[in-house]
Design a binder for this molecule. Structure first.
Ligand code: CDP
Length: 201
């Protein structure tokens, strides 16, 4: 059985949390595709040319520590504008999407470019202020020293770069269900996502 659930949306909208819960609910695998770009971004910060880093990427690179920092997030969104980097990461994502047993992939272009044929597509959003607050709380929980205004500015900067790039910009697929989580807690957002997927099964 193959079944692909594509979950796209801007930074810190709740994609990761929703994707994990949806994958657990159906017993599917979950791939956070942002980690691919973060791994390449981290390599770039460490001095490797990004296209070469993307072409050399292996699954174990997604397990390394230090991928969730704000610096790596900014580097990820920069390398994500390079068409050759994106092209190098396509096969890995498509193979995962077709894995036996079902797959949830979350990212920016899953429903539009990587898996336009996905059986279920969600576009998860929330206001920039709500997303920045969530990311700020998450970073504080990890002991990262930052402030809300900085996180909000970084969120807006990354949104702008992701939505305006020429190759695979962030946008909802025409047949994606829009899920605004600004006023939803995790349980309500997950329930809404599962209801949307059930409607396609
Ligand atoms: O966790 P968060 O939503 O903050 O970011 P992420 O999903 O880890 O993605 C980091 C960066 O990778 C994004 O800002 C995008 O520029 C890029 N990305 C992308 O271009 N395409 C994807 N499918 C996933 C991430």
């Amino acid at each position: 059985m193959t079944f692909t659930i594509a979950i796209d949306g801007p930074a810190a909208a709740g994609k990761g949390t929703i994707s994990k819960a949806v994958a657990a609910h159906y017993g599917f695998g979950h791939l956070d595709t942002g980690l691919l770009y973060r791994a390449v971004g981290k390599r770039m910060l460490d001095g490797t040319e990004p296209v070469a880093a993307a072409r050399a990427l292996v699954a174990e690179d997604l397990e390394v520590d230090g991928l969730r920092t704000p610096e790596v997030a900014q580097a990820a969104s920069k390398v994500a504008t390079i068409p050759e980097v994106r092209a190098a990461l396509v096969d890995f994502q498509r193979a995962y999407a077709r894995r036996a047993g079902g797959a949830v992939l979350d990212g920016r272009d899953i429903g539009t470019v990587i898996c336009p044929e996905a059986e279920a597509k969600l576009f998860v959003t929330a206001s920039p202020e709500v997303r920045a607050r969530r990311r700020f709380d998450e970073l504080c929980g990890k002991g990262v020293e930052t402030d809300y205004e900085t996180v909000l500015a970084e969120t807006r900067e990354r949104d702008h770069r992701d939505a305006t790039r020429a190759d695979a910009p962030l946008r909802p697929a025409e047949d994606a269900l829009l899920l605004d989580t600004s006023a939803l807690d995790i349980a309500a957002a997950v329930a809404a996502a599962i209801a949307a997927v059930d409607a396609r099964r």
